[in-house]
Design a protein around this ligand. Structure first.
Ligand code: HPA
Length: 235
């Protein structure tokens, strides 16, 4: 059963997977939120754990950075391990004035410059979007838990260091909330492979404001995004 990039045996992944970019965050999520977490794969240091929350099996596995990386892991989880829902939890660069560091965003759409998505259907500008039922569950949880949640489009880019052009400025002018590097690819692979997707993240920095968070604030606010992601997967 192991795939080129995942060493778990058949049945070792739950159908519901939380997917941070950073492997250490996968470990932290498993140890903080799961009952009886068990390491099921660590190929290339991309850690995956399975445990339970409220008696229901759940897994967490890192995606690494960028659209190609998340596309590999999401495809293999769906094809080889029967994963049916993947919710990415990540950090984003805030792109609107009203956003504060630590704010939580659920991406209702993801514009992208990534070839992983742009070339999927020749001649078409594909609309990368999450699964509505997961998005609705995230919004409902945030409302009942008193977690302020921004819902809107984000920009998934291949370039963390943007070239000198006005692409991001134009997307900001059109209401794009934040910039990150994986959501559009996850949403697109979900559509291609037939699994459900969502991205929930926190604003870790700002595209044009110079503000910084302490590492404690970063972890505390990231925890709110994880909580929303888990609630969506428990729905
Ligand atoms: N750009 C891309 N990805 C990111 C950023 C950013 O500014 N911040 C956090 N992830």
């Amino acid at each position: 059963m192991p795939t080129p990039h995942i060493a778990a045996q058949e049945g070792e992944f739950a159908p519901n997977v939380i997917m941070p970019g950073d492997p250490r965050r996968a470990k932290l999520i498993a140890e903080t939120y799961f009952d009886s977490p068990r390491l099921v794969t660590e190929v290339r240091g991309i850690l995956g754990y399975t445990g339970t929350i409220a008696g229901r099996p759940i897994s967490v596995m890192a995606s690494g950075m960028g659209s190609p990386s998340v596309s590999i892991y999401a495809t293999e989880l769906a094809r080889a391990y029967g994963v049916t829902r993947i919710v990415r939890v990540g950090t984003m660069g805030g792109a609107q004035d009203f956003l504060q560091l630590g704010d939580v965003i659920a991406a209702s759409a993801a514009h992208t410059d990534s070839a992983m998505t742009v070339r999927r259907v020749p001649g078409i500008n594909y609309s990368a979007a999450p699964t509505f039922s997961l998005l609705r569950a995230a919004v409902e949880h945030a409302e009942s838990a008193g977690i302020p949640l921004h819902v809107g489009p984000i920009f998934t880019t291949d370039a963390f260091y943007q070239p000198e052009n006005d692409t991001v400025a134009k997307l900001i002018a059109m209401g794009t909330l934040a910039v990150e590097m994986e959501a559009a690819a996850l949403y697109t692979v979900g559509a291609v492979e037939g699994f459900q997707t969502l991205m929930v993240g926190t604003v870790s920095d700002h595209v044009y404001k110079t503000e910084e968070m302490s590492s404690e604030e970063r972890e505390k606010t990231f925890g709110r995004a994880v909580e929303v992601a888990i609630a969506a997967l428990q729905s």
